[in-house]
Design a binder for this molecule. Structure first.
Ligand SMILES: NC(=O)C1=CN([C@@H]2O[C@H](COP(=O)(O)OP(=O)(O)OC[C@H]3O[C@@H](n4cnc5c(N)ncnc54)[C@H](OP(=O)(O)O)[C@@H]3O)[C@@H](O)[C@H]2O)C=CC1
Ligand SMILES: N[C@@H](CC(=O)OP(=O)(O)O)C(=O)O
Length: 337
């Protein structure tokens, strides 16, 4: 049993990895050591941590030794490639990628919802998709009181969902358009500045894109409910950081608005933002850099007496990714791994 942990961050220079390093410092994670790993491109860089400059090291199998917890923030292929090495080295791998999220032997965990599933890990824990995490944090306190039958959700996803390069593309194109210059699309398939389009992930034979399928299958898995019906449309919008979602929730029975508000007010990870007089509800600009999922505009669906609407915004680099992973690490550390 130890009370400090040797932690490595894979992809420490990326959008999610940068946030993980920041949160480990901000939340005073009990560290024995911190190793920051990225590609050869980043070797030579140093990242500030608790007043020190930590060098970025190249990710190689040899770099994974004498580590207790690995926080993964690289693409799914790299996670698959390194998972066995990490587990055989005796570390727990908390992976942000989509590689293991539907693997029945790997728990898919959002601490506010299904922390108990963490007990069943065998070396790997999966962090869900960002839009899924934000959605389930808001749905779970309602689902616990009255069973949800069907959810209709439309997402408004920021450029940061495509990593550091996605944010740079939005800023670059915006500057170029304002300067009346020619611009190119390198990260997104269409202009992201002053535009929006259906989510840019791969479209399947069912005409749903990968992001939409993740919301459906990951939510069911986290809720342990394969009967939950979810209709989803994911959209990329020209917001720098933080995703928003418009959600219609149909329950098995009528759900009083006051009861829903009380449930959400008391829910961990949720912060209510609802001022009907000022027309002030969750916005990505106010969710950015914050931990909780902002929820508001909760109202009766006038077309269905057992359905409610809500609106949410959450920083997908925080609760949608890095914060969720660090909370899992804290839970593992709290239980002595
Ligand atoms: N962005 C988001 O909102 C969310 C992302 N995720 C998932 O998290 C993961 C990381 O995403 P994100 O931070 O956005 O991506 P970024 O593109 O911003 O960062 C990728 C990271 O991976 C590193 N990397 C790339 N290639 C290699 C390599 N060959 N060897 C070692 N390291 C490498 C990069 O290092 P270098 O800088 O040296 O190139 C960088 O640190 C992905 O799986 C993504 O799907 C999950 C939830 C939300
Ligand atoms: N959800 C991110 C993409 C992503 O990184 O998803 P995942 O972690 O499920 O691969 C977006 O906004 O585009």
């Amino acid at each position: 049993m130890t009370d400090t942990y040797r932690v490595a961050v894979l992809g420490a220079t990326g959008a999610v990895g940068t946030e993980m390093v920041h949160l480990l410092e901000q939340r005073r994670f009990p560290l024995a050591s911190l190793k920051l790993l990225a590609s050869e491109r980043s070797v030579g860089r140093q990242i500030a941590f608790a007043g020190e400059a930590v060098p970025v090291e190249p990710l190689t199998p040899g770099a994974i030794k004498d580590i207790d917890i690995v926080l993964g923030a690289t693409e799914a292929d790299l996670s698959r490639q390194y998972a066995r090495t990490i587990v055989e080295a005796g570390a727990v791998f908390i992976d942000n990628s989509s590689a293991f999220r539907l693997d029945p032997d790997v728990p898919l965990v959002v601490p506010e919802v299904n922390l108990a599933d963490l007990k069943h890990h065998a070396g790997i824990v999966a962090n869900p998709n960002c839009s899924t995490i934000l959605l389930v944090v808001a749905l779970w306190p309602l689902h616990r009181r009255h069973a949800i039958r069907r959810v209709v959700v439309s997402t408004y996803q920021a450029a940061s969902g495509a990593g550091a390069a996605g944010m740079s593309e939005l800023l670059r194109q915006s500057r170029q358009i304002l300067a009346d210059e020619e611009f190119t699309c390198e990260v997104f398939p269409h202009p992201i500045a002053f535009n929006l389009f259906p989510h840019d992930s791969a479209i399947g034979a069912d005409h749903y894109c990968a992001e939409e399928r993740k919301l459906i299958y990951e939510t069911r898995r986290i809720f342990h409910d394969d009967t939950l019906r979810i209709a989803v449309t994911c959209v990329r919008v020209p917001v720098l950081r933080a995703h928003s979602e418009a959600v219609n929730i149909e329950f098995a029975e009528p759900f009083a608005l006051e009861e829903a508000l009380a449930a959400l007010s008391a829910a961990p990870g949720v912060h209510l933002v609802e001022d009907w007089q000022r027309n002030h509800f969750p916005m990505p600009i106010e969710a950015s850099g914050k931990d909780p999922v902002l929820v508001g505009r909760i109202r009766q669906d006038l077309s269905c007496d057992h359905a409610l609407d809500l609106w949410l915004s959450g920083d997908q680099l925080r609760k949608g990714a890095a914060l969720n992973a660090v909370q899992i690490a804290e839970a593992l550390a709290g239980g002595g791994l």
